[in-house]
Design a protein around this ligand. Structure first.
Ligand SMILES: *Cc1c(COP(=O)(O)O)cnc(C)c1O
Length: 374
């Protein structure tokens, strides 16, 4: 019996050919493929600037840097997210803080986002449902830097129909191209923004903090080879090989999100009459869910998880509240009870297999097993 994972990439022949072309090409890294991928993503998001990074985590680190976070500042993110949404501030010496989720959306709300005053806030589009960034901006004003972690939601749409990544209400949006994410470049990430200044800081941070533009050089014109380090940056560059895969995958973004929505609707119809299963929040009218994850809640999550696993169905749990990780408890003194909704969610949640290549027979196997075990 085949194992069914919770998520899996969908790579076609054209993807393979384009990657082969990049490998055989002249650049391998830092060539025209990176710029082509950035331009294509900016177009998808209807935003002027997109800056590629070597991972979604590096993209978040870059965004936190560009937002000007320094030691003593506070970065607030959702309690219900992957650790990197909080780690990105810690890398810069900022204090981490956590907002509880609204159980109706599983995202932070304008209300919970004000739990602790923060210099930067990282709303997370959990499972692919865009967070209410317009309401968060309206409540908090322009003083706070908003960095939308859209690792789950490329291809999704806000309630006003605008694409995730457009940055209408946030300073920056970050994406991840890990294989289980909406599209993949194997490893990779991107930050979108409407600010030329932020785009510039992001590019500098990606390459060691180097500056090359002659009018900015401290020592003036030393020759065409010359560059200076003005900030402590990293090597967070994405390669041309990875960019070739990412650009090729973007061709099928709409198809992927459409397939994920079909899988989700089938689960909804097939599990609606199971009393112990709580189905996930849907997108509001006018919006579009990305369904990176199809998340259900069940009072006996452990039994359901183990039962599915015994049948080769590898459901997954997303996420342990970030501040429950021992690093956060030991270093910052976080305790259980801080975000009750996120904690209750963690205890009951399960992500069922949901990805574009999930076949009807395999999904039926999942449905039958959940109905039998639930
Ligand atoms: C995957 C993910 C990241 C990190 O992305 P990587 O590309 O794996 O570094 C950050 N935030 C969230 C919410 C994610 O799901």
């Amino acid at each position: 019996m085949d194992v069914i994972p919770y998520g899996r990439q969908s790579v076609d022949r054209e993807d393979v050919e384009r990657v082969a072309g990049a490998v055989a090409g002249e650049w391998l890294t830092q060539g025209p493929g990176v710029a082509a991928f950035e331009e294509a993503l900016a177009e998808v998001c209807d935003v002027p600037y997109a800056v590629a990074f070597s991972s979604g985590t590096a993209a978040l680190h870059g965004a936190a840097f560009a937002a000007g976070l320094t030691p003593g500042d506070t970065l607030l993110t959702s309690a219900l997210t992957f650790a990197a949404s909080a780690n990105c501030g810690v890398y810069l010496g900022a204090e981490p803080a956590f907002a509880d989720i609204d159980p109706a959306t599983l995202n932070m709300s304008a209300e919970t986002a004000t739990a602790v005053p923060a210099k930067a806030i990282v709303p997370v589009d959990f499972a692919g449902l865009p967070a209410p960034v317009d309401e968060i901006r309206a409540t908090l004003g322009d003083d706070v830097a908003l960095i939308q972690d859209a690792s789950h939601s490329l291809g999704a749409r806000h309630a006003d129909g605008r694409p995730v990544g457009c940055c209408d209400h946030v300073d920056m949006t970050t994406f991840s191209f890990h294989p289980v994410k909406p599209v993949t470049s194997a490893e990779g990430g991107m930050v979108t923004t409407r600010s030329e200044e932020l785009a510039d800081r992001l590019r500098r941070f990606r390459t060691h903090g180097f500056v090359r533009e002659s009018e900015r050089l401290r020592r003036g014109d030393e020759g065409a080879w010359y560059h200076e380090q003005h900030d402590l940056g990293f090597n967070y560059r994405l390669s041309d090989v990875h960019s070739a895969l990412g650009l090729s995958q973007l061709r099928r973004l709409e198809e992927f999100v459409g397939r994920r929505n079909e899988v989700a609707e089938r689960y909804r119809a097939a599990l609606a009459d199971v009393p112990s299963v709580e189905l996930p929040p849907a997108a509001p009218p006018g919006g579009l869910h990305g369904y990176h994850l199809f998340v259900i809640r069940h009072p006996e999550r452990r039994r359901l998880y183990d039962g599915l696993r015994a049948e080769g169905i590898l459901a997954q749990v997303h996420y342990l509240p970030v501040y429950w990780h021992p690093y956060y408890m030991d270093r910052y003194g976080f305790r259980e009870g801080l975000c009750p909704e996120a904690e209750a969610y963690y205890r009951s949640c399960l992500s069922l297999p949901c990805f574009p290549g999930l076949g009807e027979d395999d999904q039926q196997r999942v449905i039958d097993a959940v109905r039998r075990l639930a």
